[in-house]
Write a protein that binds this ligand. Structure first.
Ligand code: PXP
Length: 246
């Protein structure tokens, strides 16, 4: 089993900053702290409505951090242009609806294959690893491989919700579907990532999936940093991920 990477999503440092319209807390400072605490990458989602991360944050992160930047965005022309200008290590394409609180479902790659095939070509040519944020539906995995994506990130939000509600049998069924999806994606030559809703309490079974190479975790870590600090929260998550990996 390869080492499991931890990507720290710093969107909600920006959420806190924007709540007051001030200059702090600064997402770049949080990213540098995450890097010092052992994060393997930084993830930032530039939403179309700029509700948390802003364009200037992406520029600052790209110039300021020493670990890979995973630029998360909707598959729009505007975001493609920003990605091509920024040239991050990775571009993770996610569905986006303005009224949602967070990324609620996976991307419909199968239903948008022709457009996405063309969409990701220039990003790939620019040296970005393009990732599709999808559910565990085999059709979406096959489509991701067909369009030439390098990576799929499996949406763990539903599993996380079921786990939090104590619906153990359903959470286990969801885990099983995620395990099958991870194996299938790996078999098709895709690198497998996972994320959404992960916490100290629910990370272990996801971290234990041998095909999963990276977890992207944000909201819980930023929340936990209120109590124990971001550095300690990241170290504890790292510890739990490594322990689950055996
Ligand atoms: N991965 C993707 C593709 C996401 O959209 C998000 C949320 O922005 C995450 C991971 C992190 O989710 P969370 O903030 O719940 O840890």
């Amino acid at each position: 089993m390869g080492k499991l990477r931890l990507g720290v999503n710093i969107d909600h440092v920006a959420t806190l900053r924007n709540a007051r319209g001030s200059a702090w807390p600064d997402p770049l400072r949080a990213a540098l702290l995450a890097e010092a605490a052992g994060a393997d990458g930084i993830t930032a989602h530039l939403r179309e409505d700029r509700r948390h991360i802003r364009d200037a944050d992406i520029v600052a992160l790209r110039a300021g951090i020493g670990i890979p930047l995973n630029f998360e965005c909707a598959a729009t022309d505007e975001m493609q242009a920003i990605a091509l200008q920024t040239r991050p290590h990775a571009v993770c394409l996610v569905p986006e609806r303005r009224e949602e609180r967070t990324t609620e479902g996976g991307l419909d790659v199968a239903g948008d294959q022709a457009r996405l095939t063309e969409y990701l070509k220039p990003l790939r040519d620019a040296g970005c690893r393009v990732s599709m944020f999808i559910g565990h539906d085999p059709r979406q995995i096959e489509a991701s491989a067909r369009i030439g994506a390098a990576v799929v990130e499996l949406h763990t939000g539903h599993y996380s919700d079921l786990h939090a509600e104590g619906r153990e049998d359903e959470a286990e069924a969801e885990l099983e579907a995620l395990r099958k999806a991870a194996a299938m994606a790996h078999g098709l030559g895709l690198e497998v990532h996972a994320g959404h809703g992960l916490t100290f309490a629910n990370v272990a079974p996801i971290a234990a999936m041998p095909e999963v190479m990276e977890l992207n975790i944000g909201h819980f870590l930023i929340g936990e940093s209120v109590y124990i600090g971001l550095g300690r929260a990241i170290e504890e998550m790292r510890h739990r991920m490594d322990a689950a990996r055996g």
